[in-house]
Design a protein. Structure first.
Length: 103
């Protein structure tokens, strides 16, 4: 498959799976899971989950907290924690795309 056909094939896959949770593989071997949020002729836009690491301890925040005693909440109301980062990849860098289950 030549480069133009592969670019067109990946573009069609991204378009077909818009707003779906996918696993994307890049030409340098990286694997990225995320939700496709946008697409144009050159780039694909992802919302990728932020990992819960040792430096980000898991906390059981209430859905509608009032901010008393929680450092992530401002003094003037609820501020939800961020769960996704935006990632923009060139279509030319993608070699494979597969759909993933949400759970």
């Amino acid at each position: 498959m030549n480069r133009n056909n592969n670019h067109h094939h990946i573009h069609d896959l991204c378009k077909k799976h818009m707003h779906a949770y996918v696993l994307a593989e890049t030409s340098d071997g990286r694997k990225i899971d995320g939700i496709i949020t946008g697409l144009d002729d050159e780039y694909v836009y992802f919302a990728v989950p932020i990992e819960q690491g040792d430096n980000q301890p898991f906390r059981e925040d209430r859905q509608f907290g009032y901010g008393y005693g929680y450092p992530d909440y401002g003094h003037y109301g609820y501020r939800p924690r961020r769960r996704f980062n935006r990632l923009i990849l060139p279509l030319a860098a993608l070699t494979a795309l597969s759909i993933l289950p949400w759970y």
